[in-house]
Write a protein that binds this ligand. Structure first.
Ligand SMILES: [Zn+2]
Length: 71
């Protein structure tokens, strides 16, 4: 479904997070994919399969550094 995932990409989930946010940012790639909620900064790890199952769409992130997630 998703060909390539890169750090910094923005993922829109099918279900909103309890905080009300639905956009997540990829912060880690590996056996599991690390995601941070853009609304509440909550961090989760999902397997690639889970991510593909839950994500509605993934769009390339802008040029900002992945390290800019921390406030
Ligand atoms: Zn959240």
């Amino acid at each position: 479904m998703f060909r390539e995932i890169a750090i910094g990409d923005i993922v829109r989930m099918r279900k909103t997070h309890p905080c009300g946010g639905y956009e997540w940012k990829i912060v880690r790639l590996g056996a599991d994919i690390g995601l941070v909620c853009l609304t509440c900064q909550h961090r989760i790890m999902l397997s690639r399969r889970d991510l593909e199952h839950r994500a509605k769409s993934i769009s390339p992130g802008d040029s900002e550094s992945p390290k800019s997630i921390k406030p």
